[in-house]
Design a protein around this ligand. Sequence first.
Ligand code: SF4
Length: 126
Amino acid sequence: MSNIIKKEEYPYAFDTSACSTCEGRCCTGESGYIYVTKNEILAIAEVLEMDVNEFALKYLFKKGYKYSIKENKINDSYECVFYDRESNGCKIYNARPNQCKTFPFWDYYKTRVDELNLECPGIIDD
Ligand code: SF4
């Protein structure tokens, strides 16, 4: 089965096999927002077997009218609290937010492929 994902309207393809050697650049590095919807919050709290309010207090912060997952600052890197350096993976992978599932196919990157190339070694330019 091919590791290459191509989506209409995006001027690049994505080779998922790059993830195993990349050390989570999409979950670390510059600070950013990892938005979660209400349903995603419920799903993640369930996976972690936590009370929703307890989960929100510990792992989320409010940005405008949305919620985002907190980050840990490690040296110069801002890392999602659910990024696991040891396994180079996501601790809540099966319940990760849609924002994470859809990376690198974000509208933002349609016109910023150079920026995306710096972020993700799996990008194949058209
Ligand atoms: S939730 Fe998981 S996939 Fe999303 S940024 Fe955090 S570690 Fe990465």
